[in-house]
Design a protein. Structure first.
Length: 128
């Protein structure tokens, strides 16, 4: 049995810092964060014959990006432990997408975050 896959990419500019050691953090700095949500399904939704409706996904991802634009990610409750790494940002974004899309938990396969050219991390919800 084959699989279909569809992805949407969005971006936002935000600051973050991560812990260098258990007591020391790096200086806060800004990135243009790009994030891609990839959805998978063994069947297509009718009548459009799509994995997901891009317009639905775009609306949710644009809302998330808008909320994060210009923010310091470490100021969000999710990262109040000082661990706003790219991996954890991918996890945060995946959780936001799942919460906001009725089909997100079922179809969201992966969220990849790129914080700088050539530097990316991914989170696969519900998988070990």
């Amino acid at each position: 049995m084959g699989l279909y896959e569809a992805g949407v990419t969005r971006s936002f500019t935000a600051r973050h810092s991560i812990l260098i050691s258990s007591s020391e953090g790096e200086p806060s700095h800004e990135h243009l964060w790009r994030f891609t949500a990839t959805f998978r399904s063994s069947s297509l939704t009718e009548p459009q014959a799509v994995v997901v409706d891009f317009l639905d996904v775009l609306a949710v991802m644009d809302a998330i990006a808008s909320e994060l634009e210009g923010k310091d990610l470490n100021a969000l409750d999710y990262f109040n432990d000082g661990r706003a790494s790219a991996e954890r940002v991918a996890e945060y974004l995946a959780n936001q997408i799942i919460q906001r899309l009725s089909f997100g938990g079922k179809l969201l396969h992966r969220v990849e975050v790129t914080e700088a050219p050539g530097c990316s991390a991914a989170y696969y919800p519900g998988r070990a």
